[in-house]
Ligand binder design. Structure first.
Ligand code: HEM
Length: 220
């Protein structure tokens, strides 16, 4: 099975995009950096939480909740020591130093991106095998994962990790795929699903769908 060597080469940028460090392992943040919404290095938490709040599509107190949850994740993302947490809170999160930080599960996740930020197509195909035919509200049928299938997928990832999986991985995972489903999902209620095609675009092309970027302030 082929891997996406070009999109994956560490530090390379697709046309019109900015390079993203391989030490940023988050597909969502990688897309924000590649498209100029946030800096690839230090990002003040006020800016990061604002962008993610906007991306969520929520407003008012619901958006405030998203921003608080993001702040909590981001403030510990570069280290748990008091000095480091203070620095993150006052200066910002260092997005090109997330690798090997407290949130890095070292292969306990999807394994779509490896430690060199190379995209593994076979792992996207594996993700798709957890999915099913979903009805796109805009018309047509596509492969997607609802909350239920995402839960099964995450449990399988933990199982595959064997003894390397830590007790808190399931807690970290709650802030990854389920949040992506919330933001990127199509459809409502139990039928809401994460499109595998859009997940592929996010990982390989570091691009968010237009309906999401339309919610964001113009990139710098
Ligand atoms: C709406 C906001 C976010 C979404 C939708 C999101 C989504 C995701 C997803 C889907 C993964 C992939 C997990 C896998 O491959 O199994 C991931 C990984 C990761 N995210 Fe995010 N993320 C968000 C915000 C953040 C923030 C604010 C940080 C820290 C500043 C962060 C840091 C990470 C890290 C370090 C990983 C790698 C985890 C690993 O490889 O084990 N993310 N995220």
């Amino acid at each position: 099975m082929s891997d996406h060597a070009i999109a994956a080469a560490p530090g390379t940028a697709l046309a019109g995009q900015l390079p993203v460090s391989p030490n940023n392992p988050c597909p969502f943040l990688r897309a924000l950096v590649a498209n100029g919404y946030v800096d690839g290095h230090v990002v003040p938490l006020s800016q990061l939480t604002e962008i993610i709040g906007c991306a969520s599509g929520e407003t008012g107190s619901a958006q405030k909740k998203v921003r608080i949850a993001t702040w909590i994740v981001a403030v510990i993302a570069n280290g748990l020591g008091p000095a480091r947490v203070f620095e993150s809170a006052t200066s910002g999160a260092v997005l090109d130093e997330l690798r090997n930080g407290p949130l890095d599960k070292h292969g306990g996740g999807s394994r779509i991106l490896d430690a060199h930020a190379k995209v593994h197509e076979d792992q996207i195909e594996r993700l798709a095998r957890f999915g099913k035919d979903c009805k796109d509200p805009a018309g047509g049928i596509e492969t997607g994962l609802t909350a239920k299938e995402i839960k099964t997928f995450m449990a399988a990832n933990i199982e595959r990790d064997g003894d390397a999986a830590r007790w808190y991985f399931p807690i970290l995972m709650k802030g990854e795929w389920p949040v992506l489903l919330k933001i990127l999902g199509k459809g409502e209620g139990e039928a809401r699903y994460l499109s595998v095609a859009e997940v592929r675009t996010l990982f390989v092309e570091r691009r968010l769908p237009e309906r999401i970027t339309a919610r964001l302030p113009k990139p710098a």
